[in-house]
Design a protein around this ligand. Sequence first.
Ligand SMILES: [Zn+2]
Length: 441
Amino acid sequence: MEFLFEKQLRCVAKEPTLSRFSTLEDDEVSLPIMTDFQTEALRAMVTRVYKHNSFYRQKMTQAGLKPEDIKSLADLAKLPFTTKDELRGKPWILLAADKKDISLISVSTGTTGGEEIYIMQTWKDHFINEFSAGAKPLVNIGAGDICINALPYEMSSAGLSFHKVFMDICAATVVPVGKGGAYSTPEKTVNIMRDLQPTVMISTPSYAITLAEAAAQLNFDLTSLPLKIIWLTGEGCSPAFRDRVEKIWGTKGNFFYGSLEAGVLGIECDAHAGYHIPMGQVILEIIDPETGEVLEPGEIGEVVATPLLRFESPLIRYRTQDLGYIDPDPCSCGAYLPRFFMRGRLVDHITVNEINFSPFYLEEFLMRLPEVGNWYQFVVQPGHNDQLKIRTELAPGVEPTSELAEKLASRMEFAIGIPCEFEFVTKLPRPSSKTVRVVHE
Ligand SMILES: [Zn+2]
């Protein structure tokens, strides 16, 4: 009798994944080979969706397109976009396979509001997800590494995706501690780290602070751990906030950029100079959010992602609502993969004095103020949009005085050019889901 596993692995062999496309070793794959692979994968994807998915067949028909019209990567721009709103509340819309073949269903975490978005994975797509060539040296995790996975495991794909990559692809040891689930408390995670002496941790930036606070309560020195890296993901943060995380944990923190809907989109190298785009897994485009036109390298616009290894729940030209630009110039780390620089999210921007600000831009200056603690909120009040209100905890030992509030307000105003007002609080609620940095009151 054949094992299901073997059967499934054989059926994976049909689609163009990089390891079959090129017999070269990872470090021999170059940009031109990668571009050829992307072209072939895109064509295979478009053919597949046209045949097996009515949502995309309809879109292509409306745009007057047949699969054979997509010959090169430049032709990608002819294809219609996919938006979050099109996917909301429609679980099966992306499916290009039988329902019975679905092995995993993840659900959006709903930070942008609205009905749920469902992303399906079949066994085939699960196994096809190899590590992108060129990305392995960036991740640099292997057998012998003990990885504390402090991302949420429920609903979303966050915890499970890293679990799979680090365990199945990197052959490392993974400890699924989760993030505040039924069995998971920060204190317990700190105890587990003390016992297992991990070399890698995966966390959101804010949960790394929550864990550090638990460690302080337990009198455990996090810098005594043999950690070589913290992978940060799930939320963005400013360089100044990252500096704080690195200092508290005594190790480097690099970012993974991805989303439930589109998977991995960027991996940061040690140079901390943008995210390398894993070209074996995804095509990234930057478009003008108003006109939909594809922008040139260096121009800031909305990130549009086309995953290349999701044949059975394909996503074509997905508008992420994230903002940034692509830099094709070589990176000091030596990786050839082009880089993406994040510039915030369309939905998160704060308007003060009729100027748009990314919260990370504002956070950068806030986190440079040593008196300010690690938990804060930007408060948006209707009718009071001529100044920025900042509600914050203070660093340990700092006294909340009105002189300090004035001093910090004038330093922030000097940095960002708009009037600021500070409100000090003893303790802001610690989030159990994604951290909320912008509150509307
Ligand atoms: Zn680099």
